[in-house]
Design a protein around this ligand. Structure first.
Ligand code: AGP
Length: 580
């Protein structure tokens, strides 16, 4: 789901000041470019630029925009890199219509071809909406909008203004849009964060509905133009709750966004890649563990040798890398200092470089020869969850590209949803363990990296010491730690190493160690080896990481929640480690 933020205002006050505040409250939805349009005395005024609201707001001085109606937009680019010309609002050829849009217009290229007399200024999909409205406008913005949405395939939340009309027209399909009802003024927002400080009354548009908003009236119509009766609903969130969509923490919201992130990530395009002699997968923390899963899948599917290293080690070791090798950096922020330094070293040594990055135009993205952008949207929680999942999708798609194999990735979203649906059982298990001081996490094969990632999640948000190990390593030392006070999470789905995983569990149980097993739904025998079981749906062996990691994200979250930790901003941590 492309995350952009839309805010609108129409009333008796100057719009710009209100819009600036509203769009700031939506910045958590996306922030690589921002723009604003207001209407005053029959003329549209537009300012827009790249960067965060605060940066661009100062630079462009949004508050000088005149007029008592307008809208603003923060962009999280999906089509067209962040730039002034790609920032919203977009204008029609005559400049008499302005629009902002959140969503993806899938048929924008064919629409562009039909709009032969339109002069396009951007490379976005959204701009076609402005030109279509102009083509369809015969004096009524409502009618023009109804004709326009008929032609659009894809998702949209749209705000539009025509210079001749003191009204804001809105439309929605697939991307959220709410209308805030005030006294002689009305508001628009991608979610109620945009206006909950001004009014607690909101009308939520449903798919294929449009609205025409003036200071004193809000009319909603279905896509045949029939007026609908949609009484306002009471908003019972404050601003912070609204930004979290009602979840207690951004991290929990982002864990629950993962089915949608998977669906969005399936459309990630893998550019042409030359099959390398060797791949180096280099990153930090959670991104590094995604790279380790990447090693397993790349070697198994494509038979390409893969070396994985934490970026901080890669850059200070003497890596044997050069022409013909592919250096893959993975980074949510695209700003991690160690990863950037490792990238520069790899380039110096002549390797091809590919970045799997979440933030558009970030430094690592810009310095990589090729970039694959993940589709996680802004990740606010310091502990990475949905970005990890999107990184995995990108890695599996690269493995598919190199190997010609196909994985049933489109089955993942509903399987991950099934894990999320078992959150109640997982939080009950967390209640039994949130007071412990040490945890072991073990996994084999594709789930070994998930043991490391699961342990990291617990460490960073609950401050419980946790170690991830390859299950087979237990008897080479760590099993000395096993006792009644040191529980183990054993990732043991029904895969090719299941029997080995079970024998590891028996060794632990024999030494009085409690075990939480992550197992395949329907595996009833596992209960004799485990104290508690978290079930995940059956899937192809290579895909268990997508399911086991969500179970462990939820477990860590609920343990940390029971310990009253600052889950979104854990002590000592930063979202992006831009220093060594
Ligand atoms: C993960 O939960 C941590 N926040 C941390 O390990 C993070 O993954 C690491 O710092 C890498 O960040 P990046 O993906 O932005 O490069």
């Amino acid at each position: 789901m492309p995350m952009c933020g839309i805010a609108g205002y129409i009333g008796r006050k100057e719009a710009a000041q209100i819009l600036l505040k509203s769009i700031r409250n939506l910045e958590y939805r996306g922030y690589d470019s921002v723009g604003m349009a207001t209407l005053s005395e029959g003329e549209l005024h537009v300012k827009k630029g790249t960067g965060k609201v605060s940066e661009v707001g100062e630079k462009l001085n949004f508050t000088t925009l005149p007029g008592k109606l307008g809208f603003a937009h923060t962009r999280w680019a999906t089509h067209g890199e962040p730039s002034e010309r790609n920032a919203h609002p977009h204008l029609s050829t005559s400049g008499k219509i302005a629009i902002v849009h959140n969503g993806i217009i899938e048929n924008y290229l064919e629409l562009k071809e039909e709009l032969t007399d339109a002069s396009f200024r951007s490379e976005t999909d959204s701009e076609v909406i402005a030109h279509l409205l102009e083509k369809n406008y015969k004096g009524s913005l409502k009618d023009a909008l109804l004709k326009t949405i008929e032609k659009l395939n894809g998702t949209y939340a749209i705000c539009a203004m025509h210079a001749e009309k003191e009204e804001i027209a809105v439309a929605r399909n697939g991307s959220p849009l709410a209308i805030g009802i005030g006294e002689n003024e009305n508001f628009v927002g991608s979610d109620v964060s945009a206006f909950v400080e001004y009014t607690k009354e909101a009308i939520y548009l449903d798919d294929f509905e449009i609205g025409i908003i003036t200071p004193d009236s809000v009319k909603v119509f279905n896509n045949e133009g029939r007026e609908l009766h949609k009484p306002p609903m009471r908003i019972n969130w404050d601003l912070e709750q609204a930004q979290k969509q009602g979840y207690a923490h951004f991290m929990l919201k982002e864990i629950h966004e993962q089915p949608q992130i998977i669906r969005d990530s399936l459309s990630i395009q893998i550019p042409p890649l030359q099959k390398p002699n060797k791949i180096f997968m280099v990153a930090c923390g959670t991104a590094g563990y995604a790279g380790l899963v990447g090693k397993y899948i790349m070697e198994k599917a494509a038979g390409i040798p893969v070396e994985v290293a934490p970026a901080s080690e890669f850059r200070y070791s003497s890596p044997i890398i050069g022409e013909g090798d592919l250096f893959i950096s993975i980074s949510q922020s695209g700003e991690t200092a160690d990863t950037l330094a490792a990238l520069r070293l790899a380039k110096e040594k002549g390797a091809k470089t590919l970045g799997i990055i979440n933030v558009q135009d970030s430094t690592i993205a810009r310095e990589s020869d090729t970039v694959i952008y993940t589709r996680a949207g802004p990740e606010i929680g310091v502990a990475s969850t949905k970005a990890f999942t999107s990184q995995l999708i990108a890695l599996y798609k690269i493995a598919e590209k190199f190997s010609g194999q196909q994985y049933p990735l489109d089955s993942l979203a509903q399987k991950v949803q099934a894990v999320l649906d078992s959150e109640g059982q997982i939080s009950k298990i967390a209640e039994k363990y949130f007071k412990v001081y040490n945890f072991l996490y073990i996994g084999r094969g594709f789930n070994y990296p998930i043991a490391l990632e699961g342990a990291l999640k617990l460490k960073e948000i609950s401050y419980i010491h946790a170690e991830g190990y390859a299950s087979g390593e237990m008897k080479h030392g760590p099993i000395a730690l096993v006792c009644d006070e040191v529980p183990t999470i054993a990732i043991a789905p029904e895969d090719s190493v299941y029997k080995k995983s079970v024998s590891n569990m028996q060794e632990i149980k024999a030494r009085k160690g409690k075990i939480i097993a992550v197992a395949t739904e329907g595996d009833s025998s596992i209960v004799q080896h485990a104290t508690n079981v978290i079930y995940v749906p059956q899937t192809q062996e290579e895909l268990y990481p997508f399911l086991s990691v969500v179970a462990l994200q939820l477990f860590a979250y609920h343990v940390a929640s029971l310990r009253d930790c600052d889950i979104d901003k854990p002590r000592n941590l930063a979202k992006s480690v831009t220093v060594e």
